[in-house]
Write a protein that binds this ligand. Structure first.
Ligand code: IMP
Ligand code: MG
Length: 176
């Protein structure tokens, strides 16, 4: 299908499933080499990263653990507005190599919240893996260790990414 309708919007095919899978396989290959011998825990950020995390994780051959976290938004008291608090972390991260798995990094605001909070758990190292990255809008200095596919500053859905909750099930990536 080259065009799809989700709620009130029409999206067109942007990146076919095969290209996404190729990027995931390449990233897993790099991780298998570069993260060898470390005590690793992958932390996938829900909801969006669930599909990417599942595909990536089954391609990994290094011993490791995986857990899932959610960001709960609430209104902060500062002028910066919304603060996003990480919820669901039961594991002890002290001394571990943490690999954050994100679906997409856009401005980087979300990632900044995640990294700041994870540092409080005193891991040995924090690495970032994101399937999609919008370099045109990124405004932080946090290095992205693993990037699957760079995308332009446009709204995309599919492969875990949603439009108002819909479209996560699509195997291909679509653009508005
Ligand atoms: P950031 O905080 O601006 O980096 O945005 C990151 C979050 O916004 C992602 O985890 C997604 O949930 C969401 N997001 C950013 N861009 C898109 C998009 O193009 N489609 C769907 N969700 C997006
Ligand atoms: Mg997300």
């Amino acid at each position: 299908m080259s065009k799809i309708q989700i709620l009130d919007k029409q999206f067109k095919l942007f990146i076919p499933a095969a290209d996404i899978q190729k990027a995931v396989t390449e990233m897993a290959g790099r991780m298998n080499e570069e993260l060898k011998g470390r005590d690793i825990i992958f932390i996938a950020i829900l909801n969006g990263a669930f599909m990417f995390a599942a595909d990536l994780y089954r391609k990994l051959e290094i011993p490791s653990r995986i857990t899932f976290l959610k960001l709960a938004s609430y209104e902060g008291t500062t002028t910066s507005g919304k603060v996003k608090r990480l919820v669901g972390l039961g594991e002890n991260l002290k001394g571990l190599t943490v690999v954050v798995i994100e679906d997409i990094v856009d401005t980087g605001v979300t990632l900044d919240h995640i990294v700041k909070q994870l540092k409080g758990y005193e891991p040995a190292d924090i690495k970032i893996a994101t399937l999609f990255f919008k370099p045109g809008t990124y405004r932080y200095e946090i290095p992205l260790d693993y990037v699957g596919i760079e995308v332009p500053d446009e709204f995309i859905v599919g492969y875990g990414l949603d439009y108002n909750g819909y479209g996560r099930n699509l195997e291909d990536l679509y653009v508005l």
